[in-house]
Design a protein around this ligand. Structure first.
Ligand SMILES: O=P(O)(O)OC[C@H]1O[C@H](O[C@H]2O[C@H](CO)[C@@H](O)[C@H](O)[C@H]2O)[C@H](O)[C@@H](O)[C@@H]1O
Length: 240
């Protein structure tokens, strides 16, 4: 089992949500927060002097719904939205809007493939095909026609989804921004995630002298990671 190479007095924990804290579910709304997770996160937050953040692709409001009052800070939409403390307002970056015809094309496909969906974000959108995998080729053909980068976006594969994300914003930047603020400042970041977008968070945490781990490379699945987190919250697995 992974040992954190330093004590909780020096650590900050920055965690991804889907596929890491909660298991992947059929739809974004249907994820289940496992029993005991909120208690473990609250214990960890105390242990870390508050330095616990969620760094997610989801809008911050969804983290507030699933984990109300739990993290000290939240980076949402891969860093497009940042709330640096429980009393801060959410800061949103000003970014280009998704072209209306791109959105219209995605909505046409959703109408033709029941179960497929478009999740709109402040600066981007996710085309979900988990509930109707026949929609995947149609979505891929559609996004193949988009000039994403000249319009300020990039396309990224996600879990049974294709995400249109703004250029220049990623979880690595979000980790750096959070680590510049109290109570994170002066601590070493530990980042854990499970997806391509989490690689940026892992890299940033390592470059800052902390560490970063991925599911399934370092933990076989989210349930194993949560058991490790539980032990950590009880003071086990920390270095001196
Ligand atoms: O950065 P994360 O916290 O890991 O969020 C990544 C995306 O997660 C959500 O979609 C994924 O999880 C859903 C629930 O398990 C699943 O139904 C879907 O197939 C996955 O792609 C969320 O909807 C996205 O907005 C996040 O970017």
């Amino acid at each position: 089992m992974i040992q954190v190479p330093f004590p909780p007095s020096k650590a900050a924990l920055l965690l991804d949500f889907d596929g890491t804290l909660v298991d992947i579910a059929p739809t974004p709304e249907s994820v289940i927060v496992p029993a005991g997770l909120t208690e473990d996160l609250l214990r960890l937050k105390d242990l870390l002097g508050g330095a616990l953040a969620i760094v997610t692709g989801r809008p911050i409001a969804q983290i507030d719904h699933f984990l109300p009052g739990i993290p000290y800070a939240v980076a949402g939409e891969h860093g497009v939205a940042m709330r640096k403390s429980p009393v801060h307002d959410v800061d949103h970056r000003v970014l280009p809007a998704v072209p209306a015809d791109w959105l219209g094309g995605a909505e046409d496909i959703v109408a033709r493939y029941p179960g497929a969906s478009v999740e709109r974000k402040r600066a981007g959108m996710v085309l979900h095909y988990r509930q109707n995998q026949d929609a995947e080729p149609a979505f891929r053909s559609l996004v193949g026609d988009w000039a994403a980068e000249p319009n300020g976006f990039r396309l990224q594969d996600a879990h049974m989804a294709i995400e249109l994300r703004p250029l220049g914003v990623d979880k690595g930047g979000a980790v750096r921004e959070l680590m510049a603020e109290n109570p994170f400042q002066g601590r070493l970041p530990l980042f854990v995630g499970d997806d391509v977008t989490d690689m940026d968070g892992v890299r940033a945490a390592r470059q800052m002298g902390g560490d970063g781990w991925l599911i399934p490379d370092d933990f076989p699945d989210a349930a194993t990671f949560r058991r490790w987190l539980h032990d950590l919250s009880e003071g086990h697995g920390w270095g001196a």
